[in-house]
Design a protein around this ligand. Structure first.
Ligand SMILES: Nc1ncnc2c1ncn2[C@@H]1O[C@H](COP(=O)(O)OP(=O)(O)OP(=O)(O)O)[C@@H](O)[C@H]1O
Ligand SMILES: [Mg+2]
Length: 291
């Protein structure tokens, strides 16, 4: 499926981008066996290709030509200074905002996909739970059209179990902690078994310990379910701890595209991750100095 601006139609389109990046990296990595074991067991995610993507708000030209291919099941982090267009890019990918120019397409080149709304989910910094609905019903909301199905309860219960909150199913959101609310939001995002899951600073409001435990949860559900993950974060340590690849956005374009080759589970604080974090931070700071 392709979203484009020209005639506002959504048309299937063939792309000719390789899907081999993940496989080839695992084969050549020094600890290939370990890396493979920690990758998603089964990749259910959709690949996505972005070509010449542009978006302005009035005179403010926010995205000035984004070109990007994300292989199925890859975990990508997006960083960049405040206001550089990270959330805008995510909203365009999720179809929440209209593209000015360029295209975003999902699916294999030999099998373009017509995506359903349930295929792409976004999780935001604020959990956005319905205060008048209990936890289980809040998760069921994520089923969209399938909410009326006889399996809705069972699917929501399974998603709640995946995020470790099965015992909170009958609680009201108001009695949950910030971290628990975010886990309900994650359960709601997972319940439809999305093929692309976009996160807009989902852990930004959490304390350091809860944040690390949520990072582990995100990595575990990604590994278990194999969706394509796109994480916008201000936290460069979080980006290198979770992602296969970190993109730095500057002046409306992807200025740096860095591969994180460290095996999983990642060793937080390791020299390898710290080195990568340092180099990404220096890119961000030098961009800041130029403005
Ligand atoms: N709906 C909108 N109307 C007008 N301007 C907008 C709109 N959404 C975003 N912008 C502008 O687009 C630019 C990019 O915003 P965006 O929210 O994508 O930045 P961001 O990189 O996510 O920033 P932050 O890290 O602070 O969340 C900003 O200048 C913002 O003011
Ligand atoms: Mg933002």
């Amino acid at each position: 499926m392709i979203r484009n601006t020209g005639n506002h139609t959504q048309t299937a389109l063939r792309t000719s981008l390789p899907e081999t990046e993940l496989a080839s990296r695992a084969n050549f990595a020094p600890h290939a066996r370990v890396v493979r074991e920690e990758r998603p067991a089964q990749i259910t995610g959709l690949p996505l290709s972005i070509r010449g993507l542009r978006k302005s708000f009035g005179d403010n030209e926010v995205l000035r030509g984004i070109d990007l291919h994300i292989p199925a099941g890859q975990f990508v982090a997006i960083v960049g200074k405040s206001g550089c267009g990270k959330s805008t890019l995510l909203r365009l990918i999720a179809g929440l905002e209209k593209i000015d120019a360029g295209s975003i397409s999902f699916g294999q080149d030999f099998q373009p996909r017509d995506i359903q709304p349930e295929d792409i989910r976004v999780m935001f910094q604020e959990p956005r739970l319905l205060p008048w609905a209990r936890v289980l019903a809040n998760v069921e909301v994520g089923l969209g059209r399938d909410r009326a199905s006889k399996y809705a309860h069972a699917r929501a219960e399974k998603a709640l179990t995946e995020v470790g909150l099965a015992d909170k199913r009958d609680q009201w959101p108001s009695v949950l902690s910030g971290g628990q609310k975010q886990r309900v939001a994650l359960g709601r995002a997972l319940v439809s078994r999305p093929r692309v899951l976009a996160f807009d600073e989902p852990l930004g409001a959490l304390d350091a310990l809860t944040r690390i435990s949520m990072q582990r949860l995100l990595e575990r559900v990604w590994r278990d379910q194999g969706f394509t993950a796109i994480l916008v974060t201000h936290d460069v340590a979080e980006a290198v701890a979770l992602a296969d690849r970190v993109l730095v956005i500057e002046e409306g374009r992807i200025a740096h595209d860095l591969v994180v080759n460290a095996g999983r589970p990642r060793q937080r604080g390791s020299a390898e991750l710290a080195g990568l974090e340092g180099s990404i931070l220096s890119h961000l700071l030098s961009a800041d100095d130029r403005t």
